[in-house]
Design a protein. Structure first.
Lengths: 120, 109
């Protein structure tokens, strides 16, 4: 089945540090990947849509200069949290649509296991 | 995309069928019903999806009413490992999945 891998799974760092999170589709090519954020006891919130070879599309309220997204290949998207502060501490999850199954509107997204980011 | 309504929590006895309801009364003709679940501290796991016909796979069955305004996810023999938050999501031609509050299913021995 489709596998999406995220790395690292856990990051603890000091305030002001920039942190990069990787999202890879292991057995399929993904022209589009998605980045979500989840705070404790809340649901997932879409942050941005990552498009291979073009600029990411950010949801309202998400700072594009704060959360840099790069989708340089069909199997890798990265999210960099720049100058992270304690309020950026959260569970970051990526997903990718599997193009091998179904038509365009009928393709399930598969999720990575998430990255827990803690900023001290 | 259409909004969904799910009960916030449900209990189920181990070995029994778990029936999780979802209302999506504003669903439009080209929108699919997707089900995901999230076990604590993990990313969501895809379960099943459908348009208007009932669907079954190795994990679950999806029953969609004829008017498509509601659906039920059925886990035929729930185990303790099925304890999770289950999300019912209606998705159209766009890629985005919009997660609501989901149903917290607790499978008890």
């Amino acid at each position: 089945g489709a596998v999406v891998s995220q790395h690292p799974s856990w990051v603890i760092c000091k305030s002001g540090t920039s942190v990069k999170i990787e999202c890879r589709s292991l057995d399929f090519q993904a022209t589009t990947m998605f980045w979500y954020r989840q705070f404790p006891k809340q649901s997932l919130m879409l942050m941005a849509t990552s498009n291979e070879g073009s600029k990411a599309t950010y949801e309202q309220g998400v700072e594009k200069d704060k959360f840099l997204i790069n989708h340089a290949s069909l199997t890798l998207s990265t999210l960099t949290v720049t100058s992270a502060h304690p309020e950026d501490s959260s569970f970051y999850i990526c997903s990718a649509r599997d193009p091998r199954t179904g038509g365009y509107s009928n393709q399930p997204q598969h999720f990575g296991d998430g990255t827990r980011l803690s900023i001290l | 995309d259409a909004k969904t309504t799910q009960p916030p929590s449900m209990d189920c006895a181990e070995g029994r069928a778990a029936n999780l309801p979802c209302n999506h009364s504003t669903i439009s003709g080209n929108e699919y019903v997707y089900w995901y679940r999230q076990i604590h501290s993990q990313g969501p796991q895809y379960i099943i999806h459908g348009l208007k016909n009932n669907e079954t796979n190795e994990m679950a069955s999806l029953i969609i009413t004829e008017d498509r305004k509601s659906s039920t996810l059925i886990l035929p023999h729930a185990t303790l490992r099925d304890t999770a938050v289950y999300y019912c999501i209606v998705r159209g031609a766009g890629n985005m999945l919009t997660f609501g509050g989901g149903t917290r299913l607790m499978v008890k021995p």
